[in-house]
Design a protein around this ligand. Structure first.
Ligand code: SAM
Length: 202
């Protein structure tokens, strides 16, 4: 561990935003899962959340087992720097995160959907992202505090999930930069020291 590397670790940790996260509901393509983690790292997400998709065949798992999509080159090693907490199902994950004080914003088109730039992302926020094929379930969208959408003006109805995640997380970063939330560490001294040690000696 060089002094430069240790200084970089401390600098990155001082920018981490423990109050900003995503909940990936059965995002199943490894390149999407990895790209989302890479964006999480870029904006300072400390911990991401995921309901792992069910495995239908192979991979050494029994059919029906839930498993995170394997990390691959797309993550650019982000999986080393963004922890992933797994959950059994999206509705209970939403409720648990709300109990911890997060507003949950579901990316879902509904009667109550807002433009994704409207919410206040300086509040503790989790962005709920849906599976590539099915999107966010109605039950999870209803359990969320708000539904948000990125306006679509083309022929295709939806974006790739990792592109949607990046657009929303960088709006959150923009608001948090403007509010000075990257100017001082959001982690406590104790947490920062602990993580600096863990990241230095993985
Ligand atoms: N057929 C699915 C549906 O109707 O919801 C499409 C799912 S889309 C390919 C996968 C995920 O990307 C969505 O669940 C959402 O998380 C995100 N997404 C895609 N387009 C979006 C948009 N315009 N606004 C917000 N989120 C979007």
């Amino acid at each position: 561990m060089t002094p430069e590397r240790y200084a970089k670790i401390r600098r990155v940790l001082s920018l981490r935003q423990p109050t900003l996260s995503v909940l990936m509901d059965e995002v199943n393509k490894p390149h999407n899962f990895s790209a989302i983690l890479r964006t999480c790292d870029a904006v300072g997400v400390l911990r991401a959340h995921a309901v792992p998709p069910k495995v239908f065949q192979g991979g050494g798992f029994e059919a029906g087992t839930r498993a995170l999509p394997t990390f691959e080159a797309t993550s650019g090693s982000a999986h080393k720097w963004v922890q992933v907490q797994t959950h059994d199902d999206a509705v209970s994950a939403v409720q648990q995160l709300q109990t911890q004080g997060f507003q949950v914003l579901a990316t879902h088109l509904s009667q109550r959907s807002l433009d994704y730039r409207e919410p206040d992302y300086t509040r503790p926020t989790v962005v709920l992202l849906g599976a590539e094929k099915w999107g966010v379930s109605d039950a999870a969208a209803e359990a969320a505090d708000q539904n948000i959408v990125i306006p679509m003006m083309g022929m295709v109805q939806s974006l790739n999930v990792s592109v949607a995640a990046a657009s929303i997380l960088f709006e959150a970063q923009r608001q948090r930069l403007a509010a000075g939330m990257y100017a001082a560490p959001q982690l406590s001294d104790e947490e920062l020291e602990k993580l600096a040690f863990e990241w230095s000696y993985p």
